[in-house]
Write a protein that binds this ligand. Structure first.
Ligand SMILES: C[S@@+](CC[C@H](N)C(=O)[O-])C[C@H]1O[C@@H](n2cnc3c(N)ncnc32)[C@H](O)[C@@H]1O
Length: 204
């Protein structure tokens, strides 16, 4: 059995250089991206609903990346995981304006104040997403941690007008997850009755 590390520090120098493998993406086939995909449950479920797209999960825990890719190969589904530090490497993985939809599902466990700098949604991630998302692409965020959700909203609202909040400026999305599938953390939060804070942006 493979032992998966629970957390890694994304600020470690070992993550600065991109060492992942770029997936082969067929031109004309829409691409959905999950940032911090872990086991990629969300993407596997999306692929079951609509197998004609590419589903790319980026993830900083290398062991998980290998497991996701093994499962995708075994099941013959268009899910690809890429080992990377998402804040730094999105433009190395995707061509400009080539991603059709972005999910940021329950980004991190770093809700302690001293771990503030390790948060995944920050200005650098927003710049990377603005670069790779095509105009009109949905950028969907959800978290069960209020501080993290509020921080994410501040980041996207201040990201140089690149993203338009679909619920109105500085407003959470209250109409649930519109995509019909659940990430592992989302299913867990729902089962335990935790509130889930969602935000839906569209790339301008
Ligand atoms: C709490 S898990 C949520 C996993 C999944 N999205 C879900 O909702 O079930 C957050 C994931 O993001 C990954 N992660 C955190 N920071 C990252 C970064 N800078 N780049 C890529 N992945 C990151 C973590 O390793 C972890 O697997």
């Amino acid at each position: 059995m493979v032992r998966i590390r629970q957390h890694v520090n994304p600020l470690s120098p070992g993550y600065e250089v991109f060492r992942g493998l770029r997936p082969r993406l067929e031109p004309g086939r829409p691409v959905e991206l999950e940032v911090g995909c872990a086991d990629a449950q969300f993407l596997f479920e999306r692929a079951a609903v609509d197998p004609d797209r590419h589903y790319v999960g980026v993830e900083i825990r290398e062991d998980l990346v290998d497991l996701v890719n093994e499962r995708a190969r075994d099941e013959g589904v268009p899910v690809h995981a890429v080992f990377c530090q998402a804040q730094l490497h999105l433009p190395e993985i995707f061509a400009p304006a080539s991603v059709d939809r972005v999910y940021v599902n329950f980004p991190d466990p770093w809700f302690k104040r001293r771990h503030h700098k390790r948060r995944m949604v920050d200005a650098a991630l927003a710049v990377g997403l603005a670069h790779v998302a095509r105009p009109g692409a949905d950028v969907f965020f959800q978290s069960d941690v209020w501080d993290i959700a509020l921080d994410a909203m501040e980041t996207f609202e201040r990201a140089d007008d690149a993203f338009v909040n679909q619920a109105g400026e500085w407003t959470f999305w209250r109409r649930g997850n519109p995509y019909g599938v659940r990430s592992w953390r989302e299913a867990n939060a729902e089962a335990t009755g935790l509130p889930i804070w969602r935000i839906l942006y569209r790339r301008r």
